[in-house]
Design a protein around this ligand. Structure first.
Ligand SMILES: Cc1cc2nc3c(=O)[nH]c(=O)nc-3n(C[C@H](O)[C@H](O)[C@H](O)COP(=O)(O)OP(=O)(O)OC[C@H]3O[C@@H](n4cnc5c(N)ncnc54)[C@H](O)[C@@H]3O)c2cc1C
Length: 393
């Protein structure tokens, strides 16, 4: 070992989507990595996730686009409909015209499928060590190396530490100390059905969003069309930490009462819902301290209304690996350069995700205005409107 820790591995706290894609991106630059994950295995549950063209731009850089697309579903369009009248508000084609414009596709996938692609990529690299039952509770940074302190007291030395420990990050608490995430007052109920359990007349190949007063309901196929993803969101003061709590269907029915039969019939198909209380944080400019930095939800947790949590974590990973490879002698400078590259983009997504939430849940005149604005748009104008997000990485 050299005195400034140059041969030591980069430590990553958390082996979710952000942690694994970061490990792989660093290993592709020839850098050794140890991933410390608190759970007994590397596994994801969850539900569907939308993948904008920006994530494929990042995945191309690490050679994983094809692997992600292999199990994904490529919807023909995104539709927004009024949940009260059934009226089509807007339809955005996602086929050839979209591909011509953005040069990358749009897809939907299961969270577990994306995680599995990243896991297999990591397992195929002899520069990456994956370790379970390793909860990082603290760290020490002496300016030359970083030591992660685990729940059982063990100390793991590394060249630098990247915290990919999610929305409730322990490491963020220490370096930013900005308290608990902001509870948005919105709750998501999620379920995944088998294709055969979706009535034939309700199955749609597109991403369909039913916008209602203070609610919305989204559905789309998953995993090559074998599954069907359902997410129902409504306003509520309830707060339960985490993403997988048992849901109460009575609460759901109270909020969706009076909506279109297509919505209600689909909601009736679900026997077990899982609940996810939506939280985010205010954007920040600095999430790096010395040899420690944050990535993904630990750095910039966002509401899911732009469907960008995993996309932003993947972009982060690719940028971070670039900056670290450019300044191998100075991880502190590399982490600052990564943060500088990312904070405005991720902050914009955090803020715009809130705006989209307001847009989807509009009532009265605001909803009429939304429908008027969106229904008058050509596909080109819709693409122009989201080019700030989809057009780069
Ligand atoms: C179940 C679920 C469903 C989601 N669905 C959607 C969706 O449909 N659309 C969307 O846009 N976004 C969704 N998200 C958010 C999106 O998946 C995340 O924004 C994205 O995956 C970024 O992940 P991350 O790796 O930063 O954090 P996470 O996915 O939360 O991963 C954090 C990892 O760190 C581990 N960990 C936590 N603390 C420690 C510690 N102290 N030491 C070691 N390990 C630790 C955790 O066990 C976990 O494996 C979902 C998130 C979850 C959890």
């Amino acid at each position: 070992m050299t005195t400034n820790g140059q041969r030591l591995p980069y430590l990553i706290a958390g082996g979710g989507i952000g942690g694994l894609v970061t490990a792989y991106a660093l290993a592709r630059k020839g850098l050794p990595v140890r991933v410390l994950e608190q759970a007994p295995e590397f596994k994801e549950v969850g539900a569907g996730i939308q993948l904008g063209p920006n994530i494929f731009r990042a995945l191309d850089r690490i050679g994983l686009s094809d692997a992600i697309l292999a199990d994904a579903w490529r919807p023909a369009a995104q539709e927004m409909r009024c949940a009260l009248s059934g009226e089509l508000v807007t339809r955005i084609p996602l086929g050839d015209a979209f591909l011509d414009y953005f040069k990358e596709p749009y897809a939907v996938s299961h969270r577990a499928d994306i995680h599995e692609v990243f896991l297999q990529a990591c397992l195929g690299s002899n520069l990456i060590t994956l370790e379970n039952n390793r909860r990082v509770d603290d760290f020490e940074d002496d300016g030359k190396t970083v030591t992660a302190i685990l729940a059982d007291g063990e100390r793991v030395e590394g060249r630098a530490l990247i915290a990919c420990d999610g929305m409730w990050s322990t490491i963020r608490k220490k370096i930013i100390g900005d308290g608990a995430p902001r509870v948005s007052g919105h709750i998501a109920y999620r379920a995944v059905l088998k294709r055969a359990d979706v009535p034939e007349d309700l199955w749609r190949p597109d991403v369909v969003l039913w916008a209602g007063p203070r609610t919305h309901f989204v559905h789309y196929p998953l995993r090559r069309g074998e599954l069907y993803n359902l997410v129902a969101v409504f306003h509520s003061d309830r707060y339960v930490e985490g993403w997988n709590a048992e849901a109460n269907p009575d609460e759901l029915w109270a909020h969706f009462k009076g909506q279109r039969p297509e919505v209600l019939r689909m909601l009736e198909r679900i026997e077990t819902w899982r609940m996810w209380v939506l939280c985010d944080r205010e954007p920040i400019k600095q999430w790096t301290q010395g040899r420690v930095t944050l990535l993904g939800d630990a750095a910039h947790p966002m509401l899911q209304y732009l469907a960008q949590g995993a996309c932003m974590a993947t972009e982060d990973a690719v940028w971070l690996a670039d900056k670290v490879a450019e300044q191998q002698d100075d991880p502190e400078a590399a982490f600052r350069a990564y943060q500088e590259e990312r904070y405005l983009r991720t902050g914009r997504v955090q803020i715009m995700a809130r705006v989209y939430g307001e847009f989807y849940h509009a009532r009265g005149v605001a909803s009429e205005l939304r429908n008027m604005m969106l229904s008058g748009r050509t596909p080109e104008q819709s693409y122009d409107g989201i080019a700030w997000l989809y057009g780069r990485m």
